[in-house]
Design a protein around this ligand. Structure first.
Ligand SMILES: [Zn+2]
Length: 124
């Protein structure tokens, strides 16, 4: 028998349910508040992959939601804000660059930081 999970269980999956694009767990519009917290953490090392993933979701959600509600269809600007507009892109990119730089990947230090790399040099 499957155990019931607490509402604040961090392991609950807040994933989209199609074609409504509501959260399978909390039933809010997806990405829900919890998903917006979990997704940046899941993609912390590769924020570009998060943008690609959310862009694909936006494309598919637009298609699904127009089929469900063709007249009037969903507002494109609202969909863009819902799927991509909330992403803290600068924070994610700077954080990923800092983690890569600290791990010795060949990259420049993130802008605005004075982090020294493995060689102690911040020169390109
Ligand atoms: Zn949710």
């Amino acid at each position: 028998m499957r155990a019931l999970r607490r509402l604040d269980d961090p392991d609950r999956e807040h994933v989209p349910q199609r074609p409504s694009w509501t959260c399978r767990d909390c039933h809010d519009d997806w990405p829900c508040r919890t998903a917006r917290t979990q997704l940046p953490a899941q993609f912390r090392l590769d924020p570009l992959a998060l943008f690609v993933y959310l862009g694909i979701c936006l494309y598919e959600a637009t298609e699904d939601l127009y089929k469900l509600h063709p007249n009037p269809g969903p507002d494109p600007a609202a969909l863009h804000a819902r799927f991509l507009g909330w992403v803290p892109e600068r924070r994610l990119v700077v954080g990923a660059l800092a983690r890569r730089f600290a791990a010795g990947y060949p990259t420049r230090p993130p802008p605005g930081t004075e982090a020294a790399g493995p060689t102690g040099s911040t020169e390109p």
